[in-house]
Design a protein around this ligand. Structure first.
Ligand code: C5P
Length: 397
């Protein structure tokens, strides 16, 4: 699967850099050409001679190298690869990437590239858990960077915890997944997921019981089939899937904005449980409790995100899928909803409390298309996601 690919391997300066030697060997065994780049700090941990001997190519180290500028240029170097792999990605490199700094060859290449970027972080556990690294990680994920690891375990510094460079076979598996040529390779799919929170005042909000489990499972299934997934999620209970372009939002209006920014896409799946109403007049300060006086909440209607995309005149996704959580007359209501919203498919489910579906592990859905209603057996949300992703792949070819 990897044969014939070219990887630009950026080696950061951490003790785990020595594992890159094995990584380079294993990549080359699989027919991958490796162009190595080392930061100055990396050279303190492994020698450029060992790296270049194993890669079978010269190590690139300098941003201002006149001969190379004449030959190829650093911009070119970043573009000829199929993947830019940063291993180990140190806290410093991650911070520079998140901020867009470009003060040396490695960071300049990362800024100049238009190919996918994957980082394999490795650092001391405290550095990994530091709020600054947490922030940088979120920024990088939002920029579409794939992240492998880190693993948890004993560290070279004598501490224990998350921060170890992932094992080489795990890095290889992640790279293979990235190059997977599934039926949705080359397709961009938008998925909305989770609840929205509608603020009443700075401390209170209105929410719903959506856990985000079904939307997350769908995004994961689409990634497995090779799609590029833009995942717009409200404050969900479950962690977002890996390998997606992640946008976290709170309110329906923020979700609409993130959805519009994600367009154009080939398909859009609206699994989020968007609040129908928000406060008409959100208080900027906390509403005070006054004995004997009850506050009155006035509502305003939220934008219908699904309908706004389904009814687009120009640039509408080829397939727009909505969800319908119903408690009565599931098929009739969902069929009417498909028409009303202008979407192609509706995935309808019965969310009466006794079904245990909302927030539970299983789902029982009816897929409503132009051809009619198709009842699927009750199954795990992961299985529903896989079946839906497979149907979407059939429909998009
Ligand atoms: O109208 P109802 O909320 O039942 O419609 C559910 C479908 O519409 C879901 O796919 C949901 O994600 C989407 N929706 C939306 N924006 C709203 C309300 C619902 O995208 N404001």
């Amino acid at each position: 699967m990897l044969a014939g690919k070219r990887i630009l391997l950026i080696i950061g300066g951490g003790i785990a850099a020595y594992k890159c030697l094995d990584l380079i060997r294993r990549l080359r065994e699989r027919g991958v050409a490796v162009t190595p780049v080392m930061t100055r700090a990396a050279e303190q941990f492994v020698t450029p001679l060992s790296v270049s001997a194993l890669a079978g190519e010269e190590v690139h180290r300098d941003l201002f190298d006149l001969t190379k500028e004449a030959e190829m240029g650093h911009i070119q170097l970043s573009r000829v690869a199929d993947l830019v792999l940063v291993a180990p990605a140190t806290a410093d490199l991650m911070a520079k990437m998140a901020q867009g700094l470009a003060g040396d060859l490695a960071t300049t290449l990362l800024m100049a590239t238009d190919t996918p970027v994957m980082i394999v972080p490795a650092m001391n556990v405290r550095m990994w858990q530091h709020p600054a690294t947490r922030r940088n990680l979120a920024v990088l994920k939002g920029d579409g960077v794939s992240v492998v690891g880190p693993d948890e375990g004993d560290m070279a510094c004598g501490e224990y915890g998350p921060g170890r460079l992932s094992e080489v076979p795990d890095i290889l598996a992640a790279v293979e997944r990235l190059f997977a040529t599934g039926p949705l390779a080359g397709k961009r799919v938008l998925v909305t997921s989770g609840p929205t929170h509608e603020p009443i005042d700075p401390v209170r909000y209105i929410a719903n019981r959506s856990s985000g489990a079904q939307g997350t499972a769908i995004a994961r299934a689409l990634v497995r089939l090779g799609a590029q997934v833009v995942f717009v999620t409200g404050p969900a209970e479950v962690a977002p899937p890996e390998g997606v372009i992640l946008h976290r939002v709170e309110s329906a209006r923020q979700m609409l904005e993130a959805v519009q920014a994600a367009l154009p896409v080939d398909a859009a799946i609206f699994a989020a449980a968007v609040a129908d109403w928000r406060m008409a007049d959100q208080s900027t300060s906390k509403i005070k409790k006054v004995a004997g006086a009850l506050p009155t909440l006035r509502f305003a209607e939220n934008p219908d995100i699904l309908a706004s995309v389904a009814r687009m005149e120009a640039g509408r996704p080829a397939l727009v899928v909505g969800f319908a959580a119903e408690t009565d007359d599931v098929v009739a209501n969902a069929t009417a909803k498909r028409k009303r919203k202008g979407c192609d498919w509706i995935v309808a489910n019965d969310v009466r409390p006794e079904t245990g579906i909302m927030g539970g592990a299983e789902n029982a859905v009816v897929l409503i298309t132009e051809a009619g209603a198709e009842t699927w057996p009750r199954m795990d949300k992961g299985a529903v996601a896989e079946r839906l992703a497979a149907r979407l792949a059939e429909a998009l070819v």
